[in-house]
Design a protein around this ligand. Structure first.
Ligand SMILES: *[C@@H]1O[C@H](CO)[C@@H](O)[C@H](O)[C@H]1NC(C)=O
Ligand SMILES: *[C@@H]1O[C@H](CO)[C@@H](O)[C@H](O)[C@H]1NC(C)=O
Ligand SMILES: *[C@@H]1O[C@H](CO)[C@@H](O)[C@H](O)[C@H]1NC(C)=O
Ligand SMILES: *[C@@H]1O[C@H](CO)[C@@H](O)[C@H](O)[C@H]1NC(C)=O
Length: 435
């Protein structure tokens, strides 16, 4: 070493030998303990030379490139200016007074070991491990799902920056280990088991490295039921209301048919309207059960119910169509007692079915709604709207009926015979819903 130094000072090109010696030295004998420095990309960092050597003749800066040391600067005290080597040459400022080296416009690839030696005294060389980091940028945090009962993952995405550490917290506290876990390979993904009410809360992820950190949080609201179950809920509510109203209507028709018979024309349209309501509520319940089974798997009672509903829908549609177009033909369907039973029991049976199963669905979904912390679906609007629509329909028919009654009383006074004739042409009154 010393011999080489003397050769150098003598002005002989001993550089090559020196490099070999230095490389040998690095691998064989640990130099001075490493100093560590961290800097951000684009910034500058000042690296210091050894300060314990009095008589400075020669200062040299090198960097570890793979397994070899490459030069950055060499400076002989007394010479005009230091010799700078590529590729660092144009990015360094060398202070010849104290031997410090200012590394500018840092790249991530500048993360490496730098060594300053004075008078080529290897044992006194000062090595610095430089870490160049990209500061962490604004985070994005999102969840892949928030549905109760489905596996939920939270993602903490760092668009820019060197990620050294990710800390997750829930409502400001560290995560309980038994419920949440991070895969060692991707600590930016928080795995939550199947979503539960207790998982609702504010999750934050803190991504940091030595020079910067960023935090972002997400309010996780566990949604208790999926959008299609929400539809099931609404459809069941509307079906229930329609069924109840039509049930009331049929009840009224039965009572009326005993004493003060509703005039046949009104009766006809009332039946059509009520059958229409039953039909609509059956269709709604049918769709609701199909949607339910899509979400929650097949259910024997619902499959059976759907067959019955299809049957009811067909009968109601046929009856309504007949009542509308050719009321006279209706009695032809009912020549045999079993036909009568089937046709007459279809509507009340459907009403009972719809009321029972719509209530069942409503109750089941209400239970499910307790799994999450989202707002429960408000059915009041749907129930009120459907009740108003169906009752308005009934009301219109009643008003029409009473006005007709008034008209007919007057007509009777004027032309009793004419009315009697008409009555004979019209079909029998005994069509449907008559005990
Ligand atoms: C060396 O000198 C430069 C310029 O005068 C100064 O900025 C730097 O802090 C000095 N280094 C040390 C280690 O004192
Ligand atoms: C490191 O060594 C390689 C080849 O040995 C060379 O091309 C490169 O310029 C050196 N320096 C840096 C900073 O990579
Ligand atoms: C984020 O983490 C860094 C490094 O661990 C810490 O210094 C900082 O205070 C944390 N931020 C918050 C808001 O907890
Ligand atoms: C989460 O909810 C709290 C209180 O409800 C609110 O203060 C906070 O701003 C919310 N955070 C986000 C990210 O929405």
């Amino acid at each position: 070493m010393l011999m080489c130094f003397f050769l150098e000072t003598l002005g002989k090109g001993c550089t090559f030998i020196a490099v070999l010696l230095v490389a040998f030295q690095w691998t064989s004998e640990a130099a001075r303990p490493l100093e560590r420095k961290t800097a951000a990309v684009g910034s500058s960092v000042l690296l210091s030379a050894p300060d314990n050597i009095k008589d400075i003749n020669f200062i040299q800066w090198e960097y570890l490139n793979g397994t070899t040391w490459d030069f950055i600067v060499q400076y002989y005290v007394g010479s005009q200016k230091p010799t700078l080597y590529a590729p660092y040459g144009d990015r360094v400022i060398f202070y010849s007074l104290n031997g410090s080296l200012l590394l500018e416009k840092l790249h991530e690839t500048d993360s490496r070991v730098y060594k300053a030696s004075i008078n080529l005294i290897e044992s006194e060389a000062r090595t610095t491990l430089l870490k160049v980091l990209r500061p962490v940028s604004q985070l994005q945090i999102w969840s892949n799902s928030s549905l109760a009962g489905s596996p939920i993952e939270l993602f903490c995405n760092v668009p820019e920056g060197t990620v050294e550490n990710i800390d997750w917290e829930k409502d400001g506290d560290p995560l309980p280990q038994e419920r949440y876990y991070l895969l060692s390979g991707s600590p930016s993904v928080l795995h939550i088991g199947k979503g539960e009410k207790s998982d609702c809360g504010s999750y934050s992820c803190n991504v940091s490295n030595e020079i910067s950190w960023q935090e972002s949080s997400l309010n996780l609201t566990i949604v208790s039921i999926s959008p299609s179950l929400e539809h099931v809920l609404k459809m069941s509510a509307v079906a229930l209301v329609f069924a109840l109203v039509s049930g009331m209507g049929f009840f009224f028709l039965c009572c009326q048919s005993g004493n003060q018979r509703i005039k046949k024309e009104t009766w006809r349209w009332m039946s059509v309207f009520l059958q229409g309501l039953v039909c609509v509520s059956s269709v709604l319940l049918f769709a609701a059960t199909v949607l339910w089974m899509q979400e929650e798997g097949p259910f024997a009672a619902f499959i059976l119910l759907d067959f019955l509903l299809v049957y009811v829908i067909i009968i109601m549609a046929l009856l309504s169509a007949t009542l509308v177009c050719q009321p006279a033909k209706l009695s032809g369907f009912k020549t045999k007692p079993w036909q009568r039973v089937i046709l007459d029991s279809a509507a009340p049976g459907a009403v009972i079915l719809v009321v029972l199963f719509a209530s069942l669905l409503l109750q089941k979904i209400s239970q499910l709604q307790e799994r999450g912390c989202s707002q429960t679906v408000d059915l009041t609007g749907y129930a009120v709207t459907s009740a108003v629509i169906s009752l308005l329909g009934l009301l219109t028919l009643f008003i029409w009926y009473h006005r007709r009654q008034g008209d007919q009383r007057e007509n009777k006074r004027h032309s009793k015979e004419e009315t009697d004739q008409e009555m004979q042409q019209e079909p029998e009154e005994d069509m449907l819903q008559q005990p």
